[in-house]
Design a protein around this ligand. Structure first.
Ligand SMILES: [Ca+2]
Ligand SMILES: [Ca+2]
Length: 712
């Protein structure tokens, strides 16, 4: 049996057409019509964590991915990398002859290991996959993605101008790998794991599709929720009588927003919907390939999402979140002024939380939370020979791999590559209607536990004592949407479930609880990069992702490029980190040295006060950060052979993230940081670029926490 596993990102419980949505997903609906739709499938509330549970058949903390792959806090449950004692599905089925192909988002290896030197043992090829084409981080730009083939960073085969979109590329690659498989090993079964960027931010999709969904979303989130609930009841996705909870905390009634705001929000929501529809259109090509090659009867197809829709767009959404990431507010007028850009190559957009709430209909809260909105997701399984229909029993991300192994008749190995394996923790749901043991949940200190149709759940306000958390109790079997809190009427049951939570937490490396978000990024940067204050980049090196590039955030630094300028002068990029939405670039233009500090699309250009002379020279840029704490003041100075050649003062420097796109020397891959056209290759001789970092970096994550709204 071949396995086609499709894992969408940040798509809510109610977003597939066959789960009640207005978004057209005919391909997914057709798969569902041949298979089973699960209404009680649970995830872990975030990306890395659900992926770790799905891949290993174990709880995410148990395998060392209790939180994001973006940080390693040192505790065994929170290393950000799947332990070798927890084999992946690919590793477990490989001895049975499977060829395993990974397409798209990985996000279960530390980002500090994402550079050209690895180590590669946590990358897909290090974890049982034979081929990989995709990306390692939480997200990537859809028009100029940071793509990797196997163990190497490569340049995407197109641009926005040439009509490129990552979704299309990923599906092309998946078809190509299956065609190769057909040519080389037609008798061998295959696993094809397809994890698109859709529908994580940035929400980028074809304009005409966004036009369409902006109209659909104009009805607003309140109407959308009730429409979706009605359809879910009709479809049998939720029981008749299911009630809508109140709007999530701080979400305003749609009717109380101004016309301009509603127009903006509808377009931001429309970009999300368009991204899903666009993916579904391309998934159709992959399914058609499986069909046309006569493999449909031998291919099980799974389609699901990794967590609920995201609150990371905040109350008003973002057109380009990179500004806010760096403490530059994007006020509502700025957003409205850029409404037509939404979904395009110079945006990093995300929808407002009102539409995320509608995505999660009829559930409470969002991604990151352990209420239903964070952890209940669509799951469709079309296994040849199964009767089509709905399945209502509880199941969890950790259960999928044991279910697949069960159905394939493969035992989880005791040892993988000589490493003794920890027990599989998930429960096979191959046979309908089986019992499920208790299942705990934890994310950023939000907690929950399901047991026998009941659920206890605690929302944890960040930074407050865990003992102050208020636990709620729901009889999920009777109360799908967590409306009737029974904590007061059933205190003994609640106390028992809380005790069970602690027991499970102890057993699965959940402790110590850690509710920090931005702090963990800061701590990780400190641990992995603070010791390194000098980088030498020699001509010939390839692309360097952000997490291994020089960390210029909120500090002083000096860039020096050793060049030889021919008599006829030279032009082009010396060093560039980032893309249209954010980054910095040092380049030569019209004979002058130019630096562009692009923070969230706001270009701070500095041009040298004299031309760059011919011959061998050192061209550079120095940023002097001044002040303490959150003071953002900096003075940037261009340098020609160490002498100042012009300077500027700024109140905006990098704070949280330079860019999702990494660094190049001698050119600017992907979309350009500045106003030139990419790749703007340097026409002189660039020998090397040296970046030296001063020790005045300020990373007080607490202070910037309010601004940190997205990562996973
Ligand atoms: Ca996700
Ligand atoms: Ca670039």
């Amino acid at each position: 049996m071949n396995l086609l596993i499709v894992l969408l990102d940040d798509v809510g419980f109610a977003d597939f057409g066959c789960y009640g949505s207005e978004i057209a997903t005919p391909t997914i609906d057709a798969i569902a019509s041949r298979g089973q739709r699960f209404t009680n499938f649970h995830t872990t509330a975030m990306c890395s964590t659900t992926r770790a549970a799905l891949l290993t058949g174990r709880n995410h903390h148990s395998v060392g991915v209790g939180c994001l792959a973006n940080f390693d806090s040192g505790h065994p449950g929170y290393r950000g990398k799947i332990a070798r004692s927890a084999g992946t599905l690919a590793e477990m089925i490989r001895p049975s002859g499977y060829r395993n192909y990974m397409i798209g988002k990985w996000h279960v290896t530390p980002l500090t290991e994402s550079g050209p030197t690895g180590p590669f043992n946590g990358w897909p090829l290090g974890r049982g996959f034979d081929r990989f084409y995709g990306f390692l981080d939480a997200e990537t730009d859809q028009y100029s993605p940071e793509v990797i083939r196997d163990n190497s960073h490569v340049t995407a085969p197109g641009t926005y101008e040439s009509g490129y979109h990552l979704t299309e590329d990923l599906i092309d690659q998946s078809i190509s790998m299956l065609a190769d498989h057909r040519a080389g090993a037609p008798e061998a079964p295959w696993l094809m794991w397809v994890a698109p960027g859709a529908c994580h931010a940035p929400h980028q999709a074809p304009t005409e599709m966004i036009d369409h969904y902006a109209e659909v979303y104009a009805k607003g989130w309140d109407q959308m929720r009730s429409d979706r609930l009605a359809r879910q009841i009709d479809l049998g996705i939720v029981p008749a009588g299911t009630r809508l909870p109140d709007r999530n905390h701080m979400v305003q009634p749609w009717s109380e927003h101004t016309d301009d705001e509603r127009r903006l929000f509808a377009r931001l929501g429309g970009a999300y919907a368009a991204m899903l529809h666009h993916f579904d259109q391309h998934l159709a090509r992959l399914v058609a390939f499986v069909e046309s090659t006569g493999q449909m009867d031998d291919t099980a197809i799974v389609v699901m999402s990794d967590n609920g829709a995201s609150q990371e767009g905040g109350p008003n959404g973002f057109v380009n979140a990179m500004g806010p990431f760096n403490l530059m507010a994007e006020d509502i007028d700025m957003k409205i002024a850029r409404i037509d850009d939404i979904g395009g190559p110079d945006t990093h957009s995300n929808f407002p939380w009102g539409f995320a709430m509608a995505s999660n209909t009829p559930l409470k809260r969002y991604k990151q939370n352990t209420h239903g909105g964070g952890i209940r997701d669509p799951l469709v399984i079309a296994w040849p020979g199964d009767e089509a229909g709905l399945r209502h029993e509880f199941c969890h991300a950790a259960d999928l791999t044991p279910t697949i192994l069960d159905r394939l008749g493969i035992n989880a190995p005791d040892s993988v590559d000589g490493v003794d394996q920890q027990p599989i923790e998930g429960t096979s749901f191959a046979v309908a209607g089986g019992d499920h043991p208790p299942q705990y949940f934890e994310m950023f200190g939000h907690r929950g536990i399901w047991n026998d149709g009941w659920k206890a759940v605690a929302y944890h306000p960040p930074g407050t004592p865990f003992e102050d958390d208020r636990w709620e109790l729901y009889h999920l079997a009777e109360d799908f949407s967590e409306v009737d809190d029974l904590s007061e009427t059933e205190p003994e049951r609640l106390a028992g479930m809380i005790a069970l939570w602690w027991e499970q937490a102890e057993a699965h490396q959940v402790l110590p609880l850690d509710d920090r978000f931005a702090d963990r990024f800061a701590e990780n940067a400190e641990r992995h990069r603070a010791g390194r204050t000098r980088y030498e980049f020699w001509a010939g090196m390839g692309h360097l992702p952000s997490d291994v590039a020089p960390d210029l955030r909120s500090r002083s630094y000096t860039i020096t490029a050793d060049v030889v300028i021919p008599d006829e002068r030279a032009t082009g990029v010396l060093v560039a980190h980032g893309d249209l939405t954010s980054g910095y670039s040092l380049f030569i233009e019209d004979g002058h040295l130019v630096h562009d500090l692009n923070i969230g699309g706001s270009h701070q250009l500095l041009r040298s006060d004299r031309p760059v002379p011919a011959g061998r020279h050192q061209l550079g840029f120095h940023m002097q950060r001044s002040g303490d704490g959150l003071i953002k003041h900096g003075v940037g100075t261009l340098l020609i052979d160490g002498e100042p050649a012009g300077s500027f003062e700024t109140e905006n420097i990098f704070w949280i993230l330079i860019s999702w796109s990494g660094l190049d020397i001698g050119l600017d891959r992907g979309t350009p940081v500045s106003h030139y056209a990419s790749p703007n290759e340097f026409t002189g001789t660039l020998e090397r670029v040296v970046v030296e970092l001063d020790d005045d970096q300020y990373l007080d994550a607490d202070a910037v926490l309010d601004h940190e709204v997205s990562a996973d």
